[in-house]
Design a protein around this ligand. Structure first.
Ligand SMILES: NC(=O)c1ccc[n+]([C@@H]2O[C@H](COP(=O)([O-])OP(=O)(O)OC[C@H]3O[C@@H](n4cnc5c(N)ncnc54)[C@H](OP(=O)(O)O)[C@@H]3O)[C@@H](O)[C@H]2O)c1
Length: 318
């Protein structure tokens, strides 16, 4: 049992001022607000959002209360609960997402806080800490993409950037929903994994002709998880849908006169986390972890994200 209390120093990987690079530093251990739980973080996964915050790109969009601790999704042990929390207890092993209207607490720290209802769920026992840490944010995003695409049963869905954290989950969810999936992966091992996860066809993302051969009339839906959407928008049939968690607003989408642009943001909800925990707990959803880094290599983990990796990059903290 850790005897530290709110306000005592704890280790974190944080940005201390606008324009500064993230670095290991001591910050105050947070106190859970009403409705929140404090979690002793065991593992946290790297996301594109963390890279955006580290690069200073999010400062124009969301309030930063420095020092801003990086890290959104994590797994750990509940260490304290705020007023009004009923569903969780000290000692529960949870997975979750830090999702507040401002940036301050984060998952790349010894302790973090998150909403008990909507930000945390008891972690399935069959998941490793690294897998549990890679489900909350990426999985919520994958579920939101699927919900936004509507009924995909029997439809052709192109997933560009399918080998990442979001893509490997989305492919499984869309396959279970009955979609015919064309998934892109750069390496043979990535494409093999995608086939095993339920992709009907796999192609190299540089080979757009292969997609045209598989879907001569165009795909119904394209999911944009990487690359330039302008390069593959022409593969979507007239009236089809382009869904993207990368492009934040419809006016940034290509071929808007022909396609329905669907920008999405992957916020967690209690329902989404419960569904993800249930699916992963029953073995219906595999969570792919590419590599774990120790906490003192958080900077390397951040730098590795998005570069020739398959699945999630995890930082082991506790
Ligand atoms: N708005 C939101 O709420 C939200 C939430 C979650 C994620 N996102 C964003 O969604 C995107 C996907 O997230 P993620 O966590 O799955 O990222 P990720 O793990 O980096 O996955 C992206 C994958 O795309 C592949 N790739 C790289 N360059 C490519 C290119 N030019 N064309 C096609 N594929 C390429 C990479 O694999 P190979 O190089 O091996 O092919 C990589 O595995 C990121 O941009 C992330 O920031 C947004």
């Amino acid at each position: 049992m850790d005897a530290r209390k709110a306000g005592d120093p704890m280790k974190a990987f944080a940005v201390t001022a606008q324009g500064e690079q993230p670095a290991h530093t001591d910050v105050d251990m947070p106190e859970p607000e009403p409705g929140e739980a404090r979690v002793r973080v065991i593992a946290a996964s790297v996301n594109g959002f963390d890279r955006a915050v580290a690069a200073g790109w999010m400062a124009a969009y969301v309030e930063h209360r420095y020092p801003v601790v990086l890290g959104r999704e994590f797994a750990g042990i509940v260490d304290a609960v705020g007023d009004g929390v009923t569903g969780l207890q000290v000692g529960d092993r949870v997975l979750g997402v830090v999702s507040k209207p401002f940036l301050r607490e984060g998952a790349f720290a010894e302790f973090t806080t998150a909403a008990a209802d909507g930000g945390l769920v008891v972690a399935p026992g069959n998941l490793s800490d690294a897998q549990a840490a890679s489900l909350g944010h990426t999985g919520s995003t994958a579920l939101t993409i699927l919900a936004s695409a509507g009924d995909v049963e029997g439809k052709t869905v192109l997933v560009v950037g399918a080998t990442g954290g979001v893509g490997t989950l989305f492919v499984q969810l869309a396959a279970a929903a009955g979609a015919e999936i064309i998934a892109t992966g750069r390496t043979a091992s990535g494409r093999e994994l995608l086939a095993q996860l339920g992709a009907t066809h796999t192609v190299d993302y540089a080979d757009l002709d292969a997609v045209r051969a598989l879907a001569p009339d165009g795909v119904d839906v394209a999911v944009h998880l990487a690359g330039d959407a302008g390069e593959f928008a022409s593969l979507v049939k007239d009236g089809g849908m382009l869904v993207s968690p990368v492009l934040p607003s419809p006016d940034l989408f290509p071929e808007q006169d022909r396609l329905t642009p669907v920008p999405i943001a992957g916020y967690p909800s209690a329902d989404a986390l419960a569904i993800l925990a249930e699916l992963a707990g029953s073995g219906s959803l595999q969570v792919i972890v590419y590599r774990e880094h120790p906490f003192d290599r958080a900077g390397q983990a951040l730098g590795e994200f998005g570069h020739e990796t398959i699945g999630n990059i995890v930082i082991r903290i506790g």
